[in-house]
Each structure stands twice: as C-alpha cells, then as structure tokens.
Write a protein that binds this ligand. Structure first.
Ligand code: FES
Ligand SMILES: [Fe+2]
Length: 453
C-alpha cells in the first residue's frame, strides 16, 4: 500500500499529481474507498415495478439494481459465480431471474422463492453432471449487505461493517434534503425526468467531486455562458442567483456544499421561469406552501454539493444528481439524472427539461467547460516531469469558522479551497486503511458534544 501522507500534504495545502495519474494509487482507491464507502447506485424511478432492474457501477464493478416482488431493492454483483460472465448485458429491463448466457446458471431475485437476493436456483445438469453435489446456497450472486433508499436515491456499500447511511451523511443531510425534498418544503417527492445521461471523460474521477464540492473560483471557465445567459429566468447568467452563498465543509466526513448557512426565511426567494407565466404562478403558490410547511424552522439552500467519494448534486436549478465512476486513473464515466417535483405541472417539467439539457450533460453548455478543464489537467499532469510537482490547495487556509447549527461543519467563505481540503482529508483517511471506528470517531465525538450541549 502506498503511503500517501507526503502526497496529500494538508498541513501545507498541497497535493501531488500522482494521486490523479498513478495506477497503483488508483488500485488502492478501488480497495480502500470504493469497496467500503457508501456509494450512490441510482434512483428508485429506474426500477419502478417488481422485477425491474437497472445496471449500475460501484467502482470498476458492474452491479445490478433490482426491485423484487416484495418491493425490496437489492444490489447484485453482475458477474456469474461459475466463470464470471456478465449475467446481465442490458442497461435496464424487467426479469424474474438472471440466466447466465455462458453455461446457463440462473439466479433469482424473487424473495418468496429464495432466502438471499440473487440466489442460485437453476444449474443445467445439476443431477446428471453435478450429481446433486453442488451447494447452490453458497454460489448465489454476490450482493451488497447494506442498501438504503433515501428519499428515492439508492445507496449501497460492500462493507457489512459500514455505519448506517445517515451516520455516514451526518448533518450534510440537511443539504441533501434541500435538493431532494419538494420545493414546498415537504419531504421527498422528487421524480426523475428523462433517462440517465452517461458519457466518458479522459480525466481522473476526483476532478469532478472536487469541483462540485466548492470550487467557486473557476467561474472564469463559464464566462461565455454567463454572458449569453442560459438560465431559466431568461436573464443573464447560468442559473438563478443563490442568496447569501458560501462554502460549507464537513471535515470529519469529507462532504461539502456551495450554498447557504442555515437561515430563517427573511426574504422572499423562489425559483423563477420568467418566460413562463403559468410556471411563475405555480412557483408562487409552491413558495407560499413552503413558508407554511417550514414555519420558522431553519432552512438551507444548496447550489451544489458532493457526498464523499463520488456523488454530487445540484440542489436548485438545475436539479440533478451526478456520479463519477472510475475507469482508470485517467478516465471516468460520468452519469447525470435530473429531478423535478413529481406533482408539478407538465409545463414546468418541460421547461426544466429543456433548461437542464442546455446546462448539463455532455452537450450542456456549462458542463462541457468543466469537462475540458478536467481532461486537459489530467493529461498535462501525467507527464514525467509534471508528476513531480504538487497542486496548490492553499486558498483560505486558516479562515474557516464553525457553523454552530450543524455538527462538524465549517464555513469557509465564498471563495476558499477549504471544502477541497476536507474532501482530501477524508480521502487520506480512507486510503490509509483506517477501520470504521477510526473513520467515524471524530464525527461521533461531535455528535456527543452537541447532545451534551
Ligand atoms: S459462466 Fe455463467 S454459467 Fe458458466
Ligand atoms: Fe463548472
């Protein structure tokens, strides 16, 4: 295992290019991070009916997200236990069993028939060739021991000892909620529109979550789009203005956002689609409901955030979830799904869909700016001489202030690399091979401190 402490030098705020280009380090990431952390798998709308499945990824592994006939959601490794063939070669569909095309072993997801997800139920020649001696119970598909559906988003981990998802999330939950909850403040209720956009980028996978965790500084990249104005309000800029924007990091957990500190609703703020009077009226009504539903409870807004290690989300406009699958040190596969409130009028769904396409995805005017930066940065960092030098993450060091309302949260100010430093602090903790007791100790200590308060 490579010792990364000199490569990720958080005391000086510098990080070696090696962690973005090196094969050995990439393998270590798969073992220490992607085999243990909670990972975003998909949205429940991808598997709305019993026997539906959707093929996703966890690190470099192909996995199948399924909904069984008892409505339980499972995540199975997409590799036959006999010789490893992919048991499912489609992107999504509906089936009662996965039958391997190579020799015909079949695996069931029907919880009435089998005790564990993906149990081996059919083996050609079980009597004549195996003499009924194959222990089928032990040769089912590998499945994730922990899977949760959080407000429609599906998360899983390979590690049975991982903490509960909500502990892993910590108080970052309030920011994720702000993205997933109904605009009227009631919990959940978002639906996916369109399919999953998937595309490959020749960049290290960490560029994306690092960018979305709090990089306000790269606005210059989007200057052309800002000048043209592609926002839903019809004015200048890419999106609606976010009020009182800052960056907040959860240093013990590696998550962070660009958004607001917890606040009370002191000023009217609502999303706008100024070119669409019908939508404007609907959003005003939603805003009134929000004031009523949330009362004087504290609230937050999330512009964009990252949940360690490879999921990011935009909480307002556009409202979308992105995931960055590692392919190699210098290539990732990026996915995006887009959300709207399930009960919103069709006109809003259509306008949002058009806006999302203008903004995000491989053809999105803003996304393509970012992709270009990450791709050329990766390429230029892989050079023999270039690799010797560290990147600079020193912006705003020593200027963070605690956020009293949120456990373990730091306000780094609008322009700072504090969130990126929090991300790589967590990265280092995972890469060092700390166990979960060690990984969660600081966060638990914060929890106790607050409950004593
Ligand atoms: S590889 Fe699947 S049955 Fe042989
Ligand atoms: Fe960007």
């Amino acid at each position: 295992m490579t010792n990364l402490s000199s490569l990720v030098d958080l005391k000086n705020g510098t990080i070696s290019r090696e962690i973005f280009v090196n094969d050995e380090i990439f393998k270590q990431e798969l073992g220490q991070i992607f085999s243990r952390a909670w990972l975003f798998i998909g949205h429940e709308d991808l598997v709305p009916n019993p026997d539906d499945y959707f093929v996703s990824r966890m690190g470099t592994d192909s996995v199948i997200l399924t909904r069984d006939r008892q409505n339980k959601i499972n995540v199975l490794l997409n590799s036959c236990m006999h010789r490893g063939m992919k048991v499912c070669r489609y992107d999504q569909g509906n089936t009662r069993a996965f039958t391997c095309p190579y020799h015909g072993w079949s695996y069931s997801t029907d919880g009435r028939l089998v005790e564990v997800p993906g149990e081996l139920v059919g083996v050609p020649g079980f009597g004549p060739y195996y003499h009924e001696k194959l222990d089928k119970k032990n040769w089912g598909l590998i499945y994730c021991p922990k899977v949760v559906n959080y407000k429609g988003t599906i998360w899983a981990t390979w590690d049975a000892n991982a903490p509960d998802f909500l502990d892993y999330l910590g108080d970052m939950k309030v920011y994720l909620d702000a993205a997933l909850d109904h605009r009227d403040g009631s919990p959940g209720g978002s639906e996916m529109i369109g399919g999953v956009q998937k595309w490959r980028v020749k960049c290290n996978w960490k560029f994306a979550p690092e960018n979305f965790i709090g990089d306000m500084y790269h606005d210059i990249s989007h200057r052309s789009v800002d000048l043209v104005g592609i926002g839903p309000s019809g004015g200048k800029g890419r999106r609606d203005k976010t009020i009182g924007r800052t960056t907040v990091s959860f240093d013990d957990l590696g998550h962070g956002i660009i958004g607001t500190l917890p606040y009370r609703e002191e000023f009217p703020y609502q999303e706008t689609f100024k070119n669409h009077p019908e939508i404007e009226d609907y959003l005003k009504e939603v805003y009134d409901r929000r004031l009523k539903n949330l009362g004087d409870r504290l609230r937050v807004n999330t512009s964009v955030g990252t949940i360690f290690p490879n999921m990011s989300f935009h909480g307002r406009q556009p409202r979308t979830i992105a995931v960055f699958h590692p392919i190699s040190p210098t290539e990732m596969e990026m996915w995006r799904i887009f959300l709207v409130d399930r009960d919103s009028p069709q006109a809003l769904k259509d306008a949002a869909r058009h806006y999302y396409m203008r903004y995000s995805g491989p053809g999105g005017m803003t996304e393509s700016d970012d992709l270009e930066n990450w791709q050329y940065a990766t390429e230029a960092s892989a050079g023999h001489v270039a690799r010797r030098y560290h990147y600079n993450y020193q912006m705003g060091m020593g200027y963070a202030e605690p956020v009293p309302e949120l456990r373990g949260a730091w306000n780094n100010g609008e322009y700072s690399e504090g969130n990126a430093r929090a991300y790589y602090k967590r990265y280092l903790e995972f890469m060092e091979g700390r166990d979960w007791d060690g990984l969660m100790a600081a966060s638990r200590a914060h929890g106790e401190a607050r409950s004593d308060a």
